[in-house]
Design a protein around this ligand. Structure first.
Ligand code: AHM
Ligand code: MG
Length: 336
């Protein structure tokens, strides 16, 4: 019965967020409007990613591009779509994108109170072989929307008001937290709507999977090396963990969130700050992990406590199941 009524009583992402926001009497629907524009961007990217695959295949089959137009690279195209959707929402004042060196300041007439940091198409090196890729975003509130400065963006991740990602995989899944838990929505292409399919996601307390680019092992520090050694040869009689690494953060984090385990991009001798960007990769994913009952750690501190000094800064990160992150924290504590 319950399943039957779910099938006819569709909880769209808009309805879900409207319900959530109605708990705040001061809410004027601004967040819902902003989110709708993010959702639009995700739908566009989803359809472009699918079409890009098709265009390639048709190209291989000798068909020519019907429009005969130059194909814009997908990450550039995705960025344009998000920037335009976000500015035209009228709800943003500053945008920070992985694709743009400088932050975008929205002109006065379209200015709103939210700041959005995002990676429009993360993992784009994976497109050509059909591996899952995604969009990552985080949202801050400006203190004073008419005089917002970079100081409103250079804030710890713990002061984000919402974060999420959209994964373009075998299905298109949007995972969102507005600070009271994590929920997952799947795009029903026939409706063009994201429907709540993963209510109240909680990450398992301990996992059986570790996820890291082991090709960098030569350069790792001692705690990371020990941790991974222990995943393979556990000293406490438990079974070794499985290794899963896609090399696409959204897909690796999505699996970690649902199945448990740990995802890491450590710092190493070559790149002491690792690879991933604080504002639009580390923060949103750490926010989601904590909201789902997991943890995120940098090797020195709670990831959400980083005080970023510039918008494209990087940080090492270890995130996932509570107990697994406890272990890496203990190894770092012992090495100091
Ligand atoms: P990108 O923003 O240039 O796409 O790079 C980020 C990606 C992440 O999705 C992924 O976790 C990481 O790079 C993989 O890096 P590596 O290939 O060094 O393992
Ligand atoms: Mg990226």
């Amino acid at each position: 019965h319950a399943a039957d009524s779910r099938r006819t009583d569709l909880m769209t992402i808009t309805r879900f967020v409207l319900n959530e926001q109605s708990k705040y009497p001061e809410s004027r629907g601004d967040f819902t409007i902003l989110l709708n524009h993010i959702v639009l961007g995700c739908k566009f990217v989803c359809s472009s990613v699918n079409k890009a695959g098709l265009a390639k295949l048709l190209g291989l089959a000798g068909e020519t591009n019907v429009q005969g137009e130059d194909q814009k690279k997908l990450d550039v195209l995705s960025n344009e779509v998000f920037v335009k959707a976000l500015t035209s929402s009228g709800k943003t004042c500053i945008l920070v994108s992985e694709e743009d060196e400088e932050a975008t300041f929205v002109k006065q007439s379209q200015c709103g109170k939210y700041i959005v940091v995002f990676d429009p198409l993360d993992g784009s090196s994976n497109i050509d072989c059909g591996v899952s890729i995604g969009t990552i975003f985080g949202i801050y509130l400006a203190k004073d929307k008419d005089n917002a400065t970079l100081n409103d963006v250079l804030q710890p991740g713990s002061s984000m008001v919402a974060a999420g990602y959209c994964m373009y995989g075998s299905s298109c899944t949007l995972v969102l937290s507005t600070g009271s838990g994590v929920n997952g929505f799947t795009l029903d292409p026939s409706l063009g709507e994201f429907i709540l399919t993963h209510p109240n996601i909680k990450i398992p307390n301990k996992g059986k999977i570790y996820s890291v680019n082991e090709g960098n092992a030569k350069h790792w520090d001692e705690p990371t090396t020990k941790f991974v050694e222990n995943c393979k040869f556990p000293q406490d009689g438990s079974s070794p963990k499985s290794l899963r690494y896609i090399g696409s953060m959204v897909a690796d984090v999505h699996r970690t969130l649902l199945y448990g385990g740990i995802f890491m991009y450590p710092g190493d001798k070559k790149s002491p700050n690792g690879k991933l960007r604080v504002l639009y990769e580390v923060f949103p994913m750490s926010f989601l992990m904590e909201q789902a009952g997991g943890q995120a750690f940098t090797g020195k501190q709670r990831a959400l406590d980083i005080m970023p000094k510039n918008i494209h800064e990087r940080s090492p990160v270890f995130l996932g199941s509570y107990e697994d992150v406890e272990q890496i924290k203990a190894l770092y504590a012992a090495s100091n």
